[in-house]
Design a protein. Structure first.
Length: 365
């Protein structure tokens, strides 16, 4: 894919010398769905507003299709933003809201009407052109805001927390609709969210933002299975972060020792240069409980512990496994993999936990 947008050393500071965006550089490809993910206050919305022209950077530049648009006002940029609160005109009908951008550009009235009609079909709201925003549901208002942002055929659509005002059920439905819309029109979508699940479900790539800087960029699978920092490992999903001593055996195998356990982690992903101590990162769902009759696979390492707690969450069981008085790991076990969940383990049981080293990330301490 060709690069449609490039951010070059983008920096933004606010009053009190607060750095909201700190020397950010990244490439965004044409047609991809990319998400800026991070907690509130990390700078992701400020970054989006600089791309849209609503904030001016203190340093760096925004380049679109090879043209530096840093000094362009918002109305001269081939990008549109769907705001978090939708920003619909309450006194205007659906048709007038959607067609507003075309009308102020001097487009002939009949053409505006035709293009609005096409948009209403695209967002599955035919026949609602004469309604006011107050007569629409929250999900319908979101679709109208989307149509208004798309009708001028921008090269990039900027989405600022687009699902934040929706309840959980409607949010899932709109995720599917937004992905379908992206596939139909084929332009670049750049979304901001603090919701990890939303980012994982919808994105081709995710940019994790921390304190105004990029922590890691990659596909959802890359970030989840191969985080490059402990922050990403813990921010995206749950992780067992296990302090360990590490050493090389006489056979040059990498051995991790913690709480009376020894694991051969030679095949694990090592991030950085290891010393004598490290932190093992293991996702709870990558650990398998082994019963008395089962043997660990030949490529599986075993952790011994005692069940401290069992929680039922509908489609899975969550086990807290105590390794000693100081260290507890979590194991998530999908119920569709067992016929009788009571056969797995109960509180107080000694258990053997199997994990494949290739599913472990190791960070220097």
């Amino acid at each position: 894919m060709a690069t449609v947008l490039e951010l070059r050393n983008l920096t933004k500071k606010f009053a009190g010398d607060v750095t909201a965006v700190d020397d950010v550089s990244m490439l965004i490809e044409s047609g991809e769905f990319i998400t800026l993910l991070g907690p509130s206050g990390c700078g992701k919305t400020t970054m989006l507003r600089m791309i849209g022209g609503f904030e001016y950077p203190d340093a760096g530049s925004v380049v679109l299709d090879g043209v530096d648009i840093t000094d362009f006002p918002p109305y001269e940029r081939p990008v549109n933003m769907m705001f978090q609160d939708y920003a619909l005109f309450p006194h205007m009908t659906v048709e007038t809201n959607i067609g507003y951008g075309l009308r102020i550009s001097g487009i002939e009235s009949r053409q505006v009407q035709n293009e609005v009609g096409e948009m209403l079909e695209l967002i599955d709201l035919p026949g609602m052109q004469n309604r006011l925003p107050s007569e629409l549901s929250n999900g319908q208002r979101q679709r109208v805001a989307l149509a208004r942002a798309l009708i001028r055929k921008p090269k990039i659509l900027l989405l600022d927390e687009p699902m934040s005002a929706l309840d959980a059920k409607l949010r899932q439905s709109m995720q599917v609709e937004l992905l379908s819309l992206h596939k139909k029109i084929g332009i670049t979508f750049l979304m901001v969210t603090h919701d990890q699940t939303e980012a994982m479900v919808m994105s081709d790539r995710i940019t994790v933002i921390r304190d105004g800087a990029i922590e890691q960029i990659g596909t959802p699978t890359e970030l989840y299975d191969h985080p490059t920092t402990p922050y990403v490992a813990e921010f995206l999903g749950q992780s067992n972060m296990i302090p360990s001593a590490v050493e090389r055996s006489s056979q040059s195998r990498l051995i991790a020792k913690f709480s009376g356990n020894e694991l051969d982690v030679t095949d694990a992903t090592v991030v950085g240069t290891l010393g004598d101590n490290a932190t093992l990162c293991i996702r709870p769902e990558r650990i398998r409980l082994l019963d008395d009759s089962s043997e660990a696979d030949k490529d599986m390492q075993v952790i011994d512990g005692v069940v401290e707690q069992v929680l039922y969450s509908g489609n899975s069981l969550h086990f807290a496994i105590s390794l000693d008085n100081k260290l507890t790991i979590n194991v998530h076990y999908p119920l569709n993999t067992v016929l009788n969940s009571s056969l797995l383990a109960n509180v107080g049981d000694s258990v053997r936990c199997g994990v494949v080293p290739a599913m472990i990330s190791i960070f220097p301490s």
